[in-house]
Each structure stands twice: as C-alpha cells, then as structure tokens.
Write a protein that binds this ligand. Structure first.
Ligand SMILES: C[S@@+](CC[C@H](N)C(=O)[O-])C[C@H]1O[C@@H](n2cnc3c(N)ncnc32)[C@H](O)[C@@H]1O
Length: 438
C-alpha cells in the first residue's frame, strides 16, 4: 500500500474507477470477512500496523452492529418511530464513520426487509471510501447518485446506497438524515453538535462510544473535560449506568443548543462500548424539558442509598438514625428513563426475524425491556450481603420484591445487581427473608 499525494492510503492496484481489483485485494493488504449476510474486504494489516486504521474492522463489535441493525429495524417499523411527517419517504440513513462500510451494507441486506431506504456510508479516509465502493459491489448493492434511483436493479433490495468521503461533521451540517449512526474512534462528544444540528423532528440518533475510561470515571479529569461532570467514589457500584447517563446528558445539551430535545430509546453497555439511541424532538419546549432531566446524583457514603435531586439531599435514614454523613455528589447527568418500551418491542421484533444476529441479542433486548419498567441506579446484591452470608439468587430476589409490590428487575449493566423501587432498607429485608440473615 502506498500513500497518495493527499496523504491517504492508496492501493497500487486501484483501477481507473477508483476500485481495488479483487485479485489484489485478496493479497496482503486485504482479507475478506463475513459478518451476518455481508462479505467485506477489510484491512488485513491492522493488527500488524498499529495506528493504520484505514479499512478498520473489529470483529468484536459484531454485537454493536447487530444491535444497530435492530435499532434501524425498529426505527423504520411502522409501529415505532415514524420519520418526520413533512419529509417524503424513503428515510435517509447515515453511517457517518463507516470504515469498511460493513454496517451500512448489513442495514441494506438485513434491516431494510423490502422497505425503501437511502443508506449513506461515509468515512473521511479516502481509502475507506474506495473500499466501501468495492464492498457495495461485492454484496450486489449498486451505488446510486444523490437524488436518483436509476442505478437500482429490479432484484436488488429496495435501498439506494451512497458512498462518500467527507468529514462527518461537514456532511452532517450540510445534509439532513432521519437516522444517524456515529461510531468514531473514542468519544462521540466532538461530533454531537453536528449530529443534532440538522436532525429532523422524530429523527433517530444512535451513538457508539468507546471512550469508556472517561465515561466510567476512571480518569476524572477527562470525564470533566468531555462530559462536564464530577465523579464520586460511591458511584463505582453502578458506574456503567452512570456512563450511559453522562453520554445522554452530553447529547441532550448539544440538542438543546440547536433547539431540540431528546428522548432516550435504548442504552447498552457490552464488550468495550456504550451505545445509546435517542429520538429527537424539535422545539425550545422539548429542549427545555430535556435539560430538566439533567441533575446531580447524590449518594450516602454511610448506607449507600442514592438518588437524583436538584438539591443535595439523599433519601436515606442515616440522618434520623443518628449516623448522618454528608452525601457525595456526582454529575450532573441524565436522570430520566434510559429506555422506550415500544421502541424496544420493535427492536426485539426485528431481532426475532433476523437470523444473522449473535445469540445474545434477543436475551439482551428482553433484559432491556425489563429494565425499562424499573427505576434508575441498580444495587449490587453481594455488596448488600457483605456482613451476613452469601447473596440470594437474583431471580428469586426480584420475584420476592415484585411480590411485595415493588418494581424490580435485573440489569444487563451488571449480572450481580438489581434495580428496585424499594428503599435500600426494604431490599435488605427482602434479602434477609430469603437467606435467613438477621
Ligand atoms: C471506529 S471506526 C468505525 C468502525 C465501523 N463503524 C465498523 O463498524 O466497522 C472509525 C472510522 O472513522 C473514520 N473517521 C475518523 N475521523 C473521521 C471524521 N472526522 N469523519 C468521518 N470519518 C472519520 C476513520 O477513518 C475510521 O474508519
């Protein structure tokens, strides 16, 4: 591979049309990877050449791509989000940081299901855009010209593919997309303003963040720099959820700057990524309502009780029991719901009819549906049992708490934790009733 005059990687086998000849693409520079229904040429040298990200492909992110296939499926489903009424179909969908283009190609092959979609795959790297052209061809997806559909073959899926080589922010400021997916290297924060600036009413934005060390509070200075939030020692128990809430607060603030509000539809942490999906509502009122959901998080260092409140209070009994302790305050962060049940239902339906997804997708979406009905900020059950024997089975504990009339669920964020509307004291009583602890 050599560098072109504009500094981008150029394959010596590039033909006049800017495509990479297949014979050469199977040599050292590229390998073909299959994922779902798609085959893609990807850069084979990635492991060998740290820092060379052209044609980046991480097989471990299949779960992330699978989820994004379900979220696009849910977004185009008639029962979920209707795209902006004033815009004519087909919906315009953008993978703004597409690398090999595999996600957009899988959208076309696995998520569209006969629906008319315009799928734009974009990457600022010139070499990636050439690879994407090649990968569209490899999967029988003709690349249309903006505004035309004449390149569609009769037997092709009802999608129009566009490939571009732009800086994502420039593209997002120039064009309006109904569904936007951001998956930059690291933090999404630098791209939030451009993602929301042109987003239509009822548009959907999906974000994959891999700056988990900032979101999980591992480097508090970075957390503050990127997310304007302070961390606290107490939040370590539920730091994964805090990460999702910090990201959502950043999205809500960016949306508000552009006269828009957001409604979270889904938040997931798996592997080394955090993924959140929001629906956009246009208008100052929607923006103000979203901003009101951004609050400090208070937790009592003595008993561990926690809660969101505009003031520095925490709903625990320490003060009355004679053991008052100043609450630790973290955030501010998104305090509202992370999930939309209807959207999750449609995502689960999309998952149930897509045979190419990881086995864990359907149970994960089912777990999120449970979490949608349960409160924020989960409790680590072994931690609650520290002074008296082993923890009960979490499913049993959830059933006992539900039988007592509380909202309760397990959480995908932590296999050893539960969400519950009961107070910490009531949860401990329920644990004691199962384990016989005093
Ligand atoms: C994490 S990778 C994307 C992986 C891809 N979503 C997938 O599932 O395989 C990030 C990509 O963003 C591209 N990129 C970096 N900065 C960009 C920018 N400002 N605009 C558009 N693309 C950019 C890189 O070339 C790289 O291919």
């Amino acid at each position: 591979m050599k560098r072109s005059s504009d500094g981008h990687n150029k394959d010596s086998s590039m033909n006049e049309a800017g495509c990479i000849d297949e014979a050469v693409s199977q040599q050292a520079a590229h390998v073909t990877r299959m994922e779902g229904s798609a085959s893609c040429y990807v850069n084979a040298a990635l492991q060998a050449t740290p820092g060379d990200h052209s044609g980046f492909f991480n097989p471990k992110m299949k779960l992330n791509r699978d989820l994004t296939i379900c979220t696009l499926g849910a977004a185009v489903s008639q029962r979920a989000l209707r795209f902006s009424d004033e815009r004519l179909p087909p919906p315009q969908c953008l993978d703004a940081f597409a690398a090999s283009g595999i996600l957009g190609i899988r959208w076309a092959l696995e998520a569209a299901r006969g629906a008319e979609l315009v799928i734009a795959i974009n990457d600022a790297d010139h070499y990636c855009s050439e690879l994407m052209m090649q990968n569209c061809a490899l999967n029988g997806l003709p690349v249309g010209k903006p505004g035309t559909q004449d390149s569609l073959k009769a037997d092709a899926p009802q999608v129009e593919m566009h490939v571009s080589c732009r800086r994502a922010d420039a593209l997002l400021h120039e064009q309006c997309f109904d569904f936007i997916h951001l998956d930059p290297f690291g933090s999404c924060v630098p791209h939030l303003d451009s993602a929301v600036a042109q987003a239509p009413h009822k548009g959907v934005i999906s974000l994959t963040a891999t700056d988990t060390s900032a979101l999980f509070g591992i480097y508090p200075d970075v957390t503050y720099r990127l997310y304007g939030a302070r961390t606290s020692a107490s939040q370590r128990e539920y730091f994964r959820e805090v990460g999702a809430r910090l990201l959502l607060a950043a999205v809500a603030r960016a949306a508000a700057r552009h006269g828009r509000g957001v409604t979270p539809l889904l938040a997931v942490n798996a592997e080394h990524f955090l993924q959140v999906v929001v629906r956009v509502s246009k208008g100052a009122r929607a923006a103000d309502a979203s901003l009101k959901q951004i609050m400090p998080l208070h937790s009592c260092p003595a008993c561990g009780e926690r809660g969101f409140a505009a003031t520095g209070s925490v709903p625990c009994s320490c003060a009355t029991s004679g053991a008052p302790s100043a609450p630790e305050t973290a955030g501010p962060m998104w305090s509202g719901s992370l999930y939309d049940s209807d959207f999750l239902k449609d995502a689960a339906e999309a998952a149930s009819t897509t045979k190419t997804l990881n086995k864990q997708v359907a149970p994960l979406l089912a777990r999120l549906q449970e979490e949608a009905a349960a409160p924020a900020l989960y409790y680590n059950v072994p931690k609650l049992c520290e002074t008296g024997g082993g923890p009960p089975k979490l499913d049993t504990l959830v059933s006992v708490l539900r039988a007592k009339g509380y909202l309760a669920s397990r959480t995908h964020f932590d296999p050893r934790s539960i969400r519950c509307s009961a107070s910490l004291l009531q949860i401990k009583e329920a644990i004691a009733s199962i384990t016989g602890q005093a």
